[in-house]
Write a protein that binds this ligand. Structure first.
Ligand code: IMP
Length: 424
């Protein structure tokens, strides 16, 4: 029997590219949708049946009744937040118990991990990362230092393991002189979340997934965050703590590289970043404000203003290389409607040195732009490529040539119908 493949759908810049919408459009093609990295720091917004859902830990395939969804071993999970998210979906009529499998190897985010997240940020002062405060960094740190708790731990002697880890966290917090916190309410809800999670299928998702692939089933690996937030390849130390790239798909799901099929790299027609860290294309003027306003660029998890700028080809080329992107998906093309000139960052410059490669540290590098003519037409009303204005076609052609990768899907609005497939 023909083996199935794992296609990856990855944010390739700073996240918030609109993966949720695309997974929703893609889901009919797959048997399984799996999350391989990150946790409730993600916020995948999906408008389904006229209702808006923000998925944090649960894969976006959950809205499609026939599909299996998995939270892989590379993810971190907060039982209280998971419970809130899952209950909302169950209340809306979606069956989760039989269609959502959670890896016993995924790590647990404890309430004290969230306190540690705040404490570490406070200790960093002006060098704070601007995290989402969900305890992501401390949880992945403990995974690496081999002191963490995993989902499978809730099935055996959990109270004593929990108490030991909590005591360890309390000691660290006391050493940091960070003692002004009260998690009693949060902890109660968290324990309820643990009980609630026990009702789900907690399994070895890696073995299950490989068996399904052997049976010819196809899998969509749903990314979280983006390549520039990857722990190895992002703008360290202003990154998240997981592997957000194609490599992370393999480790975070337990599948071999030979299982990978297409790698869809998703980006916006312009750039955004939320949180601290260098961002060479950032615009501090009214153009940046206009992109934020029109693009509704406010964080799905934290509500923070997103920093906005023109598209960054240095970052995109790097991400395409790291991930082996085979097809690009450009989101929010319509946000650029009405700009007389569109700019694209083609290189970075610092102290008279110009580069098209990603520097070790992008701090202090200035964007070098190429200007392209804009268009005045309303892309969001268009339903086929034939309707596109010439200037927009030229922008797309320019990006494809610069990036040596086809753009096979163009999104021109938030609705599922505003998705134009070009080729592939
Ligand atoms: P953490 O993942 O909460 O530790 O945050 C680390 C950095 O990644 C911060 O700059 C966050 O703003 C950013 N970040 C984390 N998750 C997302 C996301 O889903 N979209 C965009 N930025 C994110």
């Amino acid at each position: 029997m023909k083996q199935g493949k794992v296609d990856a759908l990855l944010g390739i810049v700073f996240g918030d590219e609109g993966k949720g919408k695309v997974v929703d459009v893609f889901t009919p093609r797959y048997d399984v949708v799996a999350r391989f990295a990150g946790g409730p720091n993600a916020g995948h917004t999906i408008i389904f049946g006229g209702k808006k859902f923000v998925l944090r830990s649960i894969p976006s395939g959950i809205f499609d009744e026939g599909k299996l969804n998995m939270i892989g071993n590379g993810c971190v999970i907060a039982p209280d937040l998971f419970m809130a998210e899952a209950k909302e979906l169950e209340a809306a009529g979606y069956d989760l118990r039989s269609r959502l499998h959670i890896s016993t190897r995924a790590h647990l985010i404890l309430p004290t991990h969230r306190v540690l997240d705040r404490a570490y940020e406070a200790a960093k002062g002006k060098n704070a990362v601007g995290t989402t405060g969900k305890g992501i960094g401390p949880t992945y740190s403990e995974k690496a230092s081999r002191t963490g708790l995993r989902v499978g731990d809730i099935l055996d002697r959990f109270p004593e393991k929990y108490a030991a880890l909590k005591a360890r966290h309390e000691r660290i917090l006391s050493d940091l002189d960070y003692t002004d916190y009260d998690i009693s309410q949060e902890e109660k809800l968290w324990m309820e979340g643990v009980e609630y999670m026990r009702q789900f299928q907690l399994t070895d998702t890696a073995t299950e997934l490989n068996r399904l692939l052997d049976q010819g089933k196809n899998v969509l690996a749903e990314g979280a965050q983006g390549t520039m937030l990857d722990i190895d390849h992002g703008t360290y130390p202003f990154v998240s703590s997981s592997s957000t790239t194609t490599g992370g798909v393999c480790t975070g799901l337990g599948i071999a590289p030979t299982r990978i099929g297409e790698v869809f790299g998703i980006f916006k027609a312009y750039s955004t970043r939320v949180g601290a860290g260098p961002f060479p294309v950032e615009l501090f003027d009214e153009t940046g404000d206009r992109l934020r306003e029109i693009g509704h660029e406010y964080g799905a998890v934290t509500g923070r203003n997103r920093r906005c700028g023109w598209v960054d080809l240095v970052a995109l080329r790097y991400a395409i290389m790291i991930n082996g992107v085979t097809q690009l998906i450009m989101m929010k093309s319509d946000v650029l409607d009405g700009f007389q000139t569109i700019r694209a960052c083609v290189a970075y410059e610092k102290d008279g040195v110009r580069t098209t490669d990603m520097p070790f540290d992008t701090e202090g590098w200035q964007a070098v732009y190429q200007d392209l003519p804009g268009w005045s037409e309303d892309l969001s009303a268009m339903t086929s490529e034939a309707e596109f204005p010439q200037a927009f076609r030229d922008y797309v052609d320019f990006l494809e040539k610069e990036l040596h990768t086809p753009i096979t899907i163009l999104s021109v609005g938030p609705d599922r119908a505003q998705t134009i497939c070009r080729k592939g």
